[in-house]
Design a protein. Structure first.
Length: 330
């Protein structure tokens, strides 16, 4: 809309002081001729815009023309410009809206506050994606989002890992991004459920109104459900001994190996560490992955199983080597 474009021009000039017609046209995705017409409209409306000719020239606002945003302290301004995840905003289709909002916010801030905002933006960047996370399909996210905004029931076809897809009619209550993974929080006949968006195979917005509990708070619900989920996870505590050089690598397995307290290195440079796993098999595989740089200490059953598996690996390779030797002499 032209009114939005005129406002954007004013705010861009407040932030950048001076921009050429070509720069404005590129930013707003219109022609330079349109920009010139917009400048005439702004001038006719009493906005003090003027053009400077020659090298380094362009369109500008009179220095005195400012709209200040008050009530924000330095830390609040910095927080607003740090809290930004481009990936998640793109998933929601809000990238351009976010950029426009930040331009408007910067333009409305006094010059000193704009410096605080830029200072924070250049020094803190939040990347919500993990190093090893594969791209998830979120084709149904726009439909889910539409149902949430319109407060309409949602009909979905949901597929759990290793199970056939099932149809469900849900009351969509909100979306939650855990890292870079999207979850739909919904109610099914009054029961709260969480659905991984990448596992929603089909989704359709119905005409039936969504039933939303009066006291429902999305952030509070997610915090409680996360705590309940963690409390129900199986836990297997192991004590291992590792060489000092290996210790920094222990946390790379993520949630599969939750590293606890570690004692100071002994005279040989080895450290005793407590690590919790979901089950014993995971602990055994983890210990074996470090070879002679990690020793299982407790519980005794874990130590025995590690020894048994290590011996079976040695026996397997000895047998394989003998078969290879026989085939060479055959």
């Amino acid at each position: 809309m032209r009114a939005d474009r005129l406002l954007s021009i004013m705010l861009l000039l407040q932030v950048h002081r001076r921009l050429t017609a070509r720069e404005l046209a590129n930013r707003l995705e219109v022609s330079e001729r349109t920009i010139h017409r917009d400048m005439d409209a702004l001038s006719g409306a009493g906005i003090p815009v003027f053009a400077e000719r020659g090298s380094g020239g362009g369109w500008a606002l009179m220095e005195e023309y400012r709209t200040n945003l008050t009530g924000l302290n330095k830390e609040e301004i910095q927080a607003l410009f740090v809290m930004n995840s481009p990936r998640l905003l793109a998933d929601l289709g809000l990238s351009k809206a976010s950029d426009a909002a930040r331009i408007k916010l910067r333009a409305a801030l006094p010059s000193m506050s704009r410096d605080d905002a830029e200072y924070a933006r250049q020094r803190v960047h939040i990347d919500a994606t993990g190093w090893n996370r594969s791209e998830e399909s979120i084709l149904m996210l726009p439909t889910i989002q539409e149902a949430i905004w319109k407060e309409r029931k949602l009909h979905i076809l949901y597929e759990r890992s290793g199970c056939p897809a099932t149809e469900r009619l849900v009351d969509p209550l909100g979306l939650v991004a855990k890292g870079s993974v999207w979850y739909l929080v919904a109610a099914v006949e009054g029961d709260m459920r969480s659905y991984r968006v990448s596992r929603v195979r089909q989704a359709a917005v119905t005409g039936e109104p969504c039933v939303r509990p009066k006291d429902f708070d999305l952030a509070r619900h997610w915090e409680q459900s996360t705590a309940d989920f963690k409390a129900k996870l199986p836990s297997y505590l192991a004590t291992v001994r590792v060489c000092r050089e290996v210790f920094p690598r222990l946390g790379y397995a993520g949630r599969f190996a939750r590293v606890g307290q570690a004692e100071a290195p002994d005279e040989d440079g080895w450290m005793k560490v407590s690590i919790s796993f979901d089950v014993e098999e995971m602990a055994c595989e983890y210990v074996l992955s470090f070879g002679a740089q990690m020793e299982a200490l407790e519980p005794p059953s874990l130590r025995e199983k590690v020894i048994e598996m290590a011996e079976s690996v040695v026996a397997f390779y000895n047998q394989s080597s003998r078969r290879a030797a026989k085939s060479e002499h055959a």
